[in-house]
Design a protein around this ligand. Structure first.
Ligand SMILES: [Zn+2]
Length: 696
């Protein structure tokens, strides 16, 4: 699945592209058993900085002491009180399963994922094999003598799972008829995190490009090329990637579905890039027959065509050779691993030390065999009672959003009715899939990590392509059970909460409702609101791209979302540093997430009021010196306490549709009057501005 379809995650996944994220240390220390993580407090009084004024900077008040006392661990770039700590816990529990399965499997399923994990941990074998696992791919690339044969080369590499991604090709629901699963193709092919890294002409990015060239040169040298040749190859790769970046649509523009929906006949599509033999490519990747497809980015393919005519075939060999080495680097011998980490880890994200091997291998196994590993994991970690409580919470939030829609001052009755209809059609998926995926056909070998990864990639691609023309299976999941995250899917109109996030500090049976509503309640409200943000609101209840607002309501809606976009564009993601200027947030890139945060905070609060009223309790009742209203806002804020490296903050400001913790908190409370009332703030104070923004 390409990255524009699951755009509504609660938080950026731990590594959007595994290959770009530094992997584990290839050292012996990695063989030590990890220590069990500490319990996570759902509500943490010691996190609060009482020297700060909640009405001036609520994030500092709720999180100040936590930030001071919890520096970023050397092997991390972002350290979030809720997400990071819970991820550590879930990963540790998963590691226990994997380690046991690797040593003494009790079922064929356990043998499969145990072997996958064991192969990943065996760094001696990785060292011995050197580049041998890439031999076939490198030989195929060397054999390219004519750039017009790129279609067959790309298709063959993809079918083998070596994922050299000049573009993406997959099967997706049709945006305008979500009951159909159609072929789709679009831009990709870059190694750096965003097109800006190639095309922005600032000192900062010039320096990064220089270091990127040096890094590529060293990687080619490691792979056996003479230094002169290596430098030449690196220059070719940068030239091709820069041209691809120039032809790429920005992330912000890609958020809008109409910008990535262009149905072409195969014949017309092939005319966009006659130099690339798509006919041969489609055969090679073993996709079924289709006559039309969605071309997300037509101009990108025109540019690919031009590049094929313009670039000599040696340059293309360099490009494919680079991507093959780069994708595999975290799982090649130590020399490659270290070189990859030095640039993609340290330079780009500010990570000081590599992630321990056990943690990286746990993540890789979860990605490859998530619904196999997850079966045993949920038995131990997700009791049926948790699901029942979640069902109740979701119902409470649905009611609140319905009430909220009814009271919106700017919306006509006709649009309110349509919004209600969409809300009623949202499906809830909680915990784990009703039926698990079958991995029997995936061959896993205990001494062949890269082979396993390639076979897994090919297996996933084939699984996706086999959806072509079939009915949609709404029970499929886009996340594995131990994942600490949640998402809304526009085309399925469903909200999804993996078992991994339904744990403290988000979800805690033992704590007062205010804290639970500030935690998981806001998460549920956030995902529901995605169905009605600037992107999600363009789809109807069936998941079809279709306008259901009246023109006047759409106009009023857009004015309100623009208010949010402008507000967040004023927030700073990273301060000025030497001659590198301050980095502001991109209010349009983050608009959907900010809208979802604002809506989630409001409707979860309403649901809390209803729940307390039903129990005959008051929002003014105090626990630990804070009223339930204050505990709600503090519980919400403490989800987002975080420390982050400056490098990572800058990278995410360009690539992440989510705002950083400080602005997720302060941005949301500024727009919600109940916050000011709860903390006795005066209108005009920074957290209670005279004019604020509201969509939902
Ligand atoms: Zn989201």
């Amino acid at each position: 699945m390409n990255c524009y379809r699951l755009a509504s995650l609660l938080i950026l996944a731990g590594g959007a592209a595994l290959a770009q994220v530094p992997a584990a240390a290839q050292a012996n220390a990695s063989q030590q058993a990890p220590a069990p993580p500490a319990a996570i407090k759902s509500f943490d009084l010691t996190a609060i900085d009482k020297s700060a004024d909640p009405c001036t900077d609520f994030y500092q008040y709720a999180c100040g002491n936590w930030m001071k006392n919890n520096p970023i661990p050397a092997d991390q770039v972002t350290w979030v009180r809720s997400f990071s700590l819970l991820r550590e816990r879930n990963r540790y529990l998963l590691w226990q399963e994997l380690d046991a399965a690797a040593n003494a499997p009790k079922s064929p399923l356990q043998k499969q994922y145990g072997d996958f994990y064991a192969a990943c941990m065996n760094t001696d074998v990785i060292e011995q094999k050197g580049l041998k696992p890439l031999e076939t791919a490198l030989r195929q690339i060397d054999a390219l003598k004519d750039a017009r044969r790129l279609g067959s080369l790309t298709g063959e590499l993809e079918a083998e799972g070596s994922s050299v991604t000049l573009f993406y090709f997959d099967v997706e629901q049709d945006e305008k008829d979500s009951s159909r699963q159609i072929a789709a193709i679009g831009q990709s092919g870059l190694s750096l995190p965003d097109r800006d890294y190639y095309i922005v002409d600032s000192k900062h990015f010039q320096e990064i490009r220089k270091q990127y060239l040096e890094h590529m040169t060293r990687m080619f040298t490691l792979a056996g090329d003479a230094p002169d040749q290596a430098a030449k190859e690196a220059a070719s790769v940068l030239e091709i990637e820069t041209a691809l970046a120039q032809a790429s649509t920005s992330r912000t523009d890609m958020r809008q579905p109409e910008n990535r929906y262009h149905i072409y006949t195969v014949t017309d599509f092939e005319k966009l890039a006659p130099e690339f033999d798509f006919n041969v490519y489609f055969k090679a990747v073993k996709v079924g027959h289709f006559d039309t497809l969605n071309v997300a980015t037509p101009n990108f393919f025109k540019a690919v065509n031009e590049l094929i005519s313009k670039q000599p075939v040696e340059a293309w060999r360099s490009y494919f050779r680079w991507h093959t080495l780069h994708n595999a680097a975290p799982n090649l011998p130590k020399a490659y691993f270290d070189e990859d980490f030095a640039f993609f880890g340290k330079t780009l994200t500010g990570q000081n030390e590599p992630t321990p091997r056990w943690r990286q291998c746990t993540l890789m196994t979860d990605r490859a065999l998530g619904e196999a590993v997850g079966q045993d994991w949920v038995k131990r970690n997700f009791p049926p009672a948790a699901k029942e409580s979640m069902d109740k919470l979701v119902a409470a939030l649905e009611k609140s959003l319905g009430d909220d829609i009814q009271t919106l001052p700017w919306m006509s009755d006709a649009t309110k009715k349509a919004a209600e209809e969409k809300l009623a059609m949202i499906r809830n998926k909680i915990g784990y899939p009703e039926k698990w995926r079958d991995y029997t056909a995936l061959r896993v070998e205990r001494d062949d990590l890269l082979g396993n990864l390639h076979r897994s990639e090919a297996f996933e691609d084939q699984w996706n392509l086999d959806h072509l023309g079939k009915p949609v299976d709404e029970k499929e999941w886009g996340m594995t059970p131990p994942t600490v995250n949640a998402y809304y899917n526009d085309n399925l109109n469903d909200i999804n909460f993996p078992a991994g996030i339904l744990q403290p500090p988000f979800f805690d049976f033992t704590i007062d409702p205010a804290v639970n509503f500030g935690g998981i309640g806001v998460v549920i409200g956030h995902e529901m609101t995605h169905g009605f943000d600037d992107q999600g609101s363009k789809y109807d209840g069936k998941g079809n791209l279709r306008e259901w607002q009246t023109p006047e309501d759409r106009k009023a809606f857009s004015e309100r979302t623009e208010c949010v976009a402008n507000e967040y564009s004023g927030f700073e993601a990273a301060p000025a540093h030497g001659d590198v200027p301050a980095q502001k947030l991109n209010g349009h890139l983050t608009l959907g997430e900010n809208t979802a945060d604002n809506g989630g905070l409001r409707i979860a609060y309403m649901a809390l009021l209803d729940t307390l009223a039903a129990e005959g309790k008051s929002i003014q009742e105090k626990i630990d010196g804070y009223t339930e209203a204050q505990r709600y806002f503090l519980g919400f804020a403490q989800v987002w306490c975080q420390n982050q490296t400056e490098e990572s903050a800058r990278q995410r400001a360009l690539t992440d549709p989510h705002s950083p913790g400080r602005w997720r908190v302060n941005g949301s409370v500024r727009n919600f009057d109940e916050f000011g009332k709860a903390f006795g703030c005066a209108k005009g104070q920074p957290m209670v501005p005279v004019s604020s923004c509201r969509v939902w």
